[in-house]
Ligand binder design. Sequence first.
Ligand code: AMP
Ligand code: GLY
Length: 420
Amino acid sequence: MNILILGSGGREHALAWAVKQNPKTDRLIVAPGNAGIAQLADCAEIDILDGAAVVAFCAENAIDFVIIGPEAPLAAGVADATRAAGLLTFGPSAAAARLEASKAFTKELCDACGAPTAAYARFADAAAARAYVKAQGAPIVVKADGLAAGKGVIVAMTLDEALAAIDDMFGGEFGEAGAEVVIEEFMTGEEASFFVLTDGVNALPIGTAQDHKRVGAGDTGPNTGGMGAYSPAPVLTPALQDQAMAQIIRPSIAEMARRGTPYQGVLYAGLMIENGQCRLVEYNARFGDPETQVLMMRLGGQALDLLLACAEGRLDSARVHWAEDHALTVVMAAQGYPGAYAKGSVIHGLEALPETSADMVFHAGTRAQDGQILSNGGRVLNATARGATLAEAQARAYALVDAIDWPEGFCRRDIGWRAL
Ligand code: AMP
Ligand code: GLY
């Protein structure tokens, strides 16, 4: 079959890499893609936020299956457009993607279905929000309701930080995303990510992971989109996964269906684990980045069969075939990230690296020019490896990192430390 993947990051490189291994794949196109993706698929320039443009491209290129990577096209209704055109699609409708696009919506859904999560209140004006925070005290968590590219959450350890966050959000720092603000109880515990495919009715867990959000060693410093990840996440024991399915995931899926907006795609649940219980931190309506890189390395070509079963409503009979393995990815970022950074530095040494089912450097932000690979973003490469143990996966991933010659980049040297 001919497959179109939308997106341009490490997540989409990993999805393309896995899909390409499945013999069902004939032609693979990624839009817009990046320099690494271009080595295994055709790349196309489409406005991926424009549903009509995506539908027209699919018709011209005889696409059979569309896989939507990032949240922005989901929130923009691209999956609605492709499904309306009769295209098999992986990814939720705009109405269902509200589970990521509106934090207030998700909190209200949790209330409706009894899913454990932090206590909260929602506000449409600063004065009421400030009064609430003063009454509650710190630490407390202030969130812009809408999509803010991962920056709309302030975990305020002091009252002053919380009040400043409220002023920033209602002052327009996050645009429309901050027109409404959700204020939450601060939860303590250990966080992990749980990935579940659902066709709207059936649910199939496809893996756990943990990422490292802080830029610095020992999980210190500013928040980033993720500096590394590993799978599985040992803290998400089988018992906790069962609890999350029973108390959080299945009730959410059932409530979405009951409301006439069934959720079809991957539900990425951020969970907080404490005292043998998990609570929902947030949902994302897409795969995580860089968590997908480790999930895809572990799933390989069967990932396509699972995404197809999800899109075709056949998850009741789908099974994941697990190897008892571990995968770990190290993000190589441009110096300065997550603050200001330069683009366009040359990366050497990639050609000589192994590309196997156990070692792969996924590209997150690169472009090719005159036969060279140039950095083209903040997070640039994802050195990803698999092993029989997490320690082996970590050693292999850092061996890839050490073979890359890119003085303008940096990475954390301690990815995986919590689990090792
Ligand atoms: P998000 O952008 O929604 O993924 O949130 C970013 C991070 O903020 C999460 O991964 C958590 O580490 C943290 N966070 C969000 N909500 C809470 C909460 N209620 N209590 C403690 N930490 C939180
Ligand atoms: N790694 C965090 C995310 O994809 O949102």
